[in-house]
Design a protein around this ligand. Structure first.
Ligand SMILES: Nc1ncnc2c1ncn2[C@@H]1O[C@H](COP(=O)(O)OP(=O)(O)OP(=O)(O)O)[C@@H](O)[C@H]1O
Length: 583
């Protein structure tokens, strides 16, 4: 029996969300290659020859009255008169799509398969399905999210795909192991002290470890922040959703506030809303398993590339690099406008949706250097150099914090809790609590820690051994570090290798700081792209291309001015019947 026959419908649906390359049969013109994918809400099927399509064709699955698979071909027909035939890469793939689609079309639709009767489609409920042989009811739950398979691994833990039992959509859940976080926050505390930032990290060790003061570990799951508007109750973690309700006292609430506020990834992500930035959904603190769960939008095609190897990765075409670069710069323009430096832009942290849109992910190294544009500063500025002896700066507490360095109440923008179990809400207006400082020009910034991000993509001014000049450079334009990373990422995408190669982390930092940039001879890139790469990878941040300049670079805009001719997409409805391809 082939692999796909063992797949549950929900696994087929997950594959359809990521999309696949297909040949589309056209009556007179043979076949044409295109991308086929399921919408995140699982209501419509789309196909297009182009990534980022504005004219993708669509079938509303609720209108489908016939599905048929024969060998590698899947035929879909709808009551609207739309009919489409797709040839998949294998018989298995065709069966996977048929089985997935069969769950999503009306029960009255006829579903024909040469291979097997599709009994499972009657009254299909994904929550009664199984994942990898385990019934969903037995899978671990985090509140309403049923944790399914692992889709990625990072330094703090795994990233899981999860199904929400409320809206029945997929999400990505980042599982942070508090032990790893605690180590990181200790480092942060040390760095804050070394850099003269007023350190709030005095409580972190106890807080993140849970139970450090003997009162916070109460064996329950709490929602720390969410991105929705609905009221939220408390429930637990466990098989079948029978979690225990935790009686959370003030110590636990305080723990939650501190975790939400002090894990920068959470504090920053919950304020962000942009089509090129992965959307935050919720965060839970599980006191019993020593984990924090961050729920975010599921980006179904995953990373655009893995940079696990420094060289030898198959490169992307220059055209695809341009599309990715446009999306990344649009996302970064938004982030920088919000006062956020990402600091870990690399191919692995750029995720692509089924329709080809690229989203910036992983805010684990992100830093808020100033309030969003247009938002008043809420604390008196502190001199960048103040407190270099570790005394905690000029004595001004961070925004939103009390004099003793504890967060002062809710950190959500509304300033009040909707529900006692919600510690803070996702809000575009949330005020974070950075430790502030001012540049000589009066621009308020937060000192940036050195040695963040990934060495091959890290800007020279963040390299540890160049500390004294680097600090000035970072203060002058803290956002320039992201522009370097965009340059290094673009280099990696087009050449399949990092701009500087080295055999150790130290050598890599040295190469980044001192080695001259050499472009490989193959593949050849356009002069405009070469110019952009060289300008982004300028070692001196004061002469490096800025984001507004990059957005105007000829390489990026040339294609907009004169788009490559693309043949109009054939609309099968015109061939086979009445068309209804409007989105
Ligand atoms: N929202 C998402 N949708 C789909 N896949 C995701 C999502 N978030 C993360 N992933 C996958 O998980 C991998 C690891 O995620 P992430 O980079 O957030 O973890 P991390 O611990 O921050 O990693 P790092 O060690 O690079 O800091 C990503 O490279 C990606 O493949």
């Amino acid at each position: 029996m082939s692999a796909s026959r063992n797949r549950s419908p929900i696994e087929c649906v997950k594959e359809m969300l990521g999309g696949t390359r297909v040949l589309r049969r056209r009556r007179f013109l043979g076949v044409s290659s295109m991308w086929l994918w399921l919408s995140p809400g699982m209501e419509t099927l789309h196909w297009s020859a182009e990534p980022n399509p504005i004219d993708a064709e669509v079938i509303v699955l609720n209108h489908v009255n016939r599905l048929k698979a024969t060998d590698r071909e899947v035929m879909i027909k709808s009551l609207d008169g739309v009919r489409a035939n797709f040839i998949l890469s294998s018989v298995d793939a065709a069966y996977t799509w048929l089985l997935g689609l069969a769950c999503l079309v009306p029960l009255g639709a006829s579903v024909e398969s040469r291979y097997r009767a599709l009994q499972t489609r009657n009254q299909y409920d994904p929550l009664t399905d199984q994942w990898d042989g385990t019934p969903l009811v037995k899978c671990k739950r985090v509140r309403d999210y049923v944790l399914l398979g692992t889709i990625g691994r990072g330094s703090f833990g795994k990233v899981k795909i999860a199904l929400s039992s409320t809206d029945r959509q997929f999400y990505a859940v980042k599982v942070l192991v508090k032990q790893a976080l605690r180590k990181q926050l200790r480092v942060t505390a040390f760095e804050q002290k070394a850099s003269g930032e007023p350190s709030r990290a005095v409580n972190l060790d106890d807080v993140v470890a849970g139970g450090g003061d003997g009162t916070v570990r109460q064996g329950g799951l709490s929602l720390l922040a969410d991105g929705s508007n609905g009221a939220v109750g408390d429930s637990g973690v466990g098989g079948g959703g029978s979690g225990s309700r935790s009686g959370r006292g003030s110590a636990s609430s305080k723990t939650d506030e501190l975790i939400t506020d002090l894990i920068p990834e959470i504090a920053i992500m919950r304020t962000l809303h942009h089509r090129n930035v992965v959307e935050f959904k919720a965060v839970f603190n599980d006191e019993s398993s020593d984990r924090v769960y961050i729920v975010v939008e599921y980006v179904s095609r995953g990373s655009i590339m893995s940079s696990a190897r420094l060289q030898g990765t198959p490169p992307l075409t220059e055209t695809r690099c341009r599309e990715v670069c446009r999306d990344v710069l649009a996302g970064l323009a938004y982030l920088h406008g919000q006062g956020v430096v990402h600091r870990d832009i690399k191919p692995d942290n750029l995720l692509h949706c089924a329709d080809g849109t690229v989203k910036i992910s992983d805010f684990g190294a992100a830093h808020l250097v100033r309030p969003p544009v247009g938002q008043p500063q809420s604390t008196p500025p502190v001199s960048m150099d103040a407190g270099a002896d570790g005394s905690g700066g000029a004595g001004a507490p961070p925004a939103g914090s009390s004099a003793n360095g504890q967060p002062a109440g809710p950190v959500g923008g509304s300033g009040s809790f909707r529900d006692p179990t919600i510690v803070a809400e996702s809000s575009a207006h949330s005020s974070l609590s950075p430790c502030a400082a001012t540049t000589p020009s009066g621009h308020r910034v937060t000192p940036l820690r050195e040695m963040v991000g990934t060495p091959a993509f890290t800007a020279p001014e963040l390299c540890l051994f160049r500390r004294p000049p680097a600090r000035e450079a970072v203060a002058a334009d803290p956002f320039a570090v992201d522009m370097w990373s965009v340059g290094a990422t673009l280099f990696y995408m087009v050449f399949g290798q990092a701009p500087f190669l080295a055999s150790s982390v130290y050598d890599m930092y040295e190469a980044v700081c001192t080695q001259e940039l050499q472009l490989p001879s193959s593949p050849t890139v356009s002069p405009c792209m070469e110019h952009l790469l060289r300008r982004l990878l300028e070692k001196d941040p004061s002469t490096r291309l800025t984001l507004p300049e990059a957005l105007q670079s000829p390489w990026l805009v040339e294609d907009t001015a004169a788009p490559e001719p693309t043949p109009p997409l054939p609309i099968l409805a015109r061939v086979f019947g009445r068309g209804d391809n409007a989105r």
